[in-house]
Design a binder for this molecule. Structure first.
Ligand code: 2BA
Length: 113
């Protein structure tokens, strides 16, 4: 049986996660929260798995956009990043993070067993 559903694999900053979860709940969208770590900064972030009907994808993306903001992280000398990046990263540098990274995946099937 095919379903008309998408999975939004959504990576957000920890600081935005609770507010986003609440906003989704208020609109009756289900989500699953996973602790994750960014490969570049090697800091904790949050990955939300959100399964939604195709027709709700745009709305959910609006909710994500409204609840996640861009922040700048300063990567300072002595951070784990500097150990691997060498001379390129010997000065403090700023990187923008977020609002949110959203992968939209087709869902082949959805079962509640
Ligand atoms: P991080 O990998 O810790 O990356 C944090 C931020 O550092 C990124 O923010 C980006 O602005 C910057 N950045 C990442 N790689 C870089 C590089 N090679 N050179 C310079 N700057 C770099 P966002 O793009 O907003 O990503 C936030 C988090 O979302 C990432 O944390 C990662 O956990 C996830 N992410 C982003 N793109 C992804 C992808 N294509 N696949 C899987 N995860 C991704």
């Amino acid at each position: 049986m095919s379903v008309t559903m998408k999975l939004l694999l959504t990576i957000v900053q920890d600081a935005d996660a609770a507010k986003l979860e609440q906003a989704l709940r208020e609109r009756s969208f289900q989500s699953t929260k996973m602790a994750s770590t960014g490969g570049f900064l090697r800091e904790g972030n949050t990955t939300l798995i959100i399964g939604v009907d195709d027709k709700d994808v745009a709305l959910v993306q609006e909710i994500i956009h409204a609840n996640c903001r861009e922040r700048t992280k300063v990567v300072t000398a002595g951070s784990p990043l500097h150990a691997v990046e060498g001379a390129f990263a010997s000065q403090p540098m700023e990187v923008p993070v977020g609002g949110a990274i959203v992968f939209v995946l087709n869902v082949e099937a959805f079962h509640r067993l």
